[in-house]
Design a protein around this ligand. Structure first.
Ligand code: SAM
Length: 296
């Protein structure tokens, strides 16, 4: 984490695997990669060009490419190249670029894209101004008529424990575990109680920036029943790997947790995993906000 890159999550090989697994969870739970209204728009374009901003491992582009013609072009942007796929593993029509989305994009990309996609930037955002700035910068990438889709997990609204037998108040390890990171000092500005100060501003901001047909889909993370409950919970728990390593301890301290909280964290992690095995899970709403740049 630096001032230019206040992203709190690591970029290890384990985290790369977690992001790829998380992609499948979001895709299946939401029910689409791109909203049907965006897919219909793309179907009218002979050589679509798609941008994925904060692309991470590029998994979204690699998956969406499967349903688009070989004449399509794909560009992934991220502030760090650490999780980009090896060049020899990606198709020729896919390129990756190091770009800070909080800064205006290079001129060569402005107005070039039919679709811009973003997902899960929350851990890199520090204020409502950050959301507005990134929205402005990425909307500038769109051609007239182009569409943007931005997905975020509403972790502040996470309901930590739902299980078959009731748990006495204050005794759930999963609840304690999730509460520790969501309420960590460094997370407060990233996930404020009032989400209109975070990704909740996107409906308003998209409209203010001139987009049309602005809409939001809200999907509960447990929509698919047992599979989704377990998978969503495992993907969140896996953010912290084994719950024990030095790397994870660094992550927790980076979130502003003190020694005692880190110690508590280590104690509750295995119990949280056990509770999950017994049917406890976390539920959070997933927000998908999208809109279209007016045609000329
Ligand atoms: C949780 S990952 C999500 C990756 C991908 N969107 C996905 O859903 O699989 C967040 C990504 O945002 C990137 N990121 C953080 N700050 C950024 C910034 N200012 N500009 C561009 N990318 C950024 C991180 O490097 C990381 O790859």
């Amino acid at each position: 984490m630096t001032q230019d890159d206040p992203y709190l999550i690591g970029r290890s090989r384990q985290e790369t695997e977690r992001l790829n697994r998380q992609h499948q969870f979001y895709h299946k739970t939401i029910g689409y990669l791109l909203h049907p209204s965006i897919t219909s728009h793309l179907a009218t374009v002979p050589n679509p060009r798609i941008a994925d901003v904060a692309t991470g491992t590029g998994i979204f582009l690699r998956e969406v490419a499967k349903s688009l013609p070989p004449t399509a072009q794909f560009d992934g942007f991220d502030i760090s190249p650490d999780q980009f796929p090896a060049p020899e593993t990606v198709p020729k029509n896919m390129r990756f670029h190091v770009v800070n989305a909080k800064q205006p994009f290079p001129a060569e990309f402005i107005g070039k894209f039919h679709v811009v996609h973003l997902r899960l930037l929350v851990c890199a955002m520090c204020s409502v101004e950050d959301w507005t700035t990134v929205a402005r910068n990425v909307i500038a990438l769109l051609k007239p008529g182009g569409a943007i889709q931005w997905t975020e997990g509403h972790f502040r609204a996470m309901l930590p424990v739902l299980r078959s037998s009731p748990v006495p108040a204050g005794t759930s390890a999963l609840d304690t575990f999730m509460g520790l990171w969501i309420n960590a000092p460094e997370m407060k500005d990233k996930m404020p109680l009032d989400i209109s100060k975070a990704f909740g501003c996107l409906l308003r901001v998209f409209k203010e920036l001139g987009l049309k047909s602005v809409m939001r889909d809200v999907v509960p993370s447990d929509r698919l029943g047992e599979w989704g409950r377990k998978e969503g919970t495992e993907v969140e728990l896996a953010l912290f790997g084994s719950g024990m390593s030095r790397e994870e301890e660094k992550l927790l301290k980076g979130m502003g947790l003190g020694d005692e909280e880190v110690q508590l964290w280590k104690e509750v992690y295995p119990k949280a995993v056990q509770e999950k095995e017994e049917g406890a899970y976390v539920m959070f709403p997933i927000h998908v906000t999208f809109g279209f740049k007016p045609s000329r």
